[in-house]
Ligand binder design. Sequence first.
Ligand code: KG4
Ligand code: ZN
Length: 350
Amino acid sequence: MSKENITILAIESSCDETSAAVCVDGTILSNNIATQAMHAAYGGVIPELASRAHLQNIVPVVDTALQKAGIKLAAIDAIAFTQAPGLIGSLLVGGQFAKSLALALDKPLIAVNHMQAHVLANLIPDKKPAFPFLCLTVSGGHTQIVRCNSPAQMQILGETIDDAAGEAFDKSAKLLGLPYPGGPLIDKYAAKGDPNRFQFPEPKIPGYNFSFSGLKTSILYFLMNAGKSLVYKPAFTATEEERKQFIENNLNDICASVQHRIITILLHKLTKAAKDAGIRDICIAGGVSANSGLRQAFTEAGIKNNWNTFIPDFQYCTDNAGMIAITGYYKYLAGDFAALSVQSAARSSL
Ligand code: KG4
Ligand code: ZN
């Protein structure tokens, strides 16, 4: 493809962020994100409310992304959108908007897989990983170790068999009485705590797969027992008041210890996968890659194991259209366009 100034408008609406981005020749000119704050009151994302908020947000969010980039609609070469996976009602809003715009402007449509896009967020900066590279993708719905052979060819080496890493953060936070999404709050309190104060178990799962449900149960009993034990025993069960006091007096250390265990579970598997594959260009991606403890531990693991490490900028970790735009750009170069009849899907593999 010899054309220059390939300009992609991208739309992301898979969960509770309405986002639009513009990218020209692989450089992101704008990445506009509207976060839906109303879900915090319910302790999690309410799909119906998310769809309605996307409907309200989508036009101003796209408009602002174009303005920030200084790009007119007429200059757009293709429209990329998140086709799967995600909340179906949310996906449909972005998908229908993208299709309508593609039809009205008579421009090609590009359907993007959200998990592929999280990985390719690592191709946004000038300093890019070389293929093949490994990526640990850690988000609210997924936890995967992916071998990325090219922008289009990815293979999942391991993934969670129950909860995702983001869920482990959010559910632990909920048990501690913190609002949704709890991941960033655990990160904040952990920074002031002792990661070795409380010992939570590391599960023994074969291969490169992960499990976080046992950790969740340990934390549940640990808090029920006001720190006396990780297992259920009627004699250890504390009163409501004792539990509240225990959390209040130890919040920083509990958050640091929970975060430390989630990070060691993730990095032990990533280190094993990298060693076995003989790959040294290693990335992280997804909402949990915004975690400061993980970013630091990953960088340290890189120094220890002689890896070239790559971490997306914060704005490209949690859900954003910039990652959809960069993926759209590589799909444009490959001539990988979608028909207007393409359907959004709640589930899909890479
Ligand atoms: O990638 P993402 O924005 O959405 C999905 O595709 O799921 O990830 C959201 C997840 C949530 O579970 C949120 O708590 C977590 O990422 N998260 C964090 C941090 N920032 C976001 N977890 C830990 N520390 C953070 N700083
Ligand atoms: Zn995501």
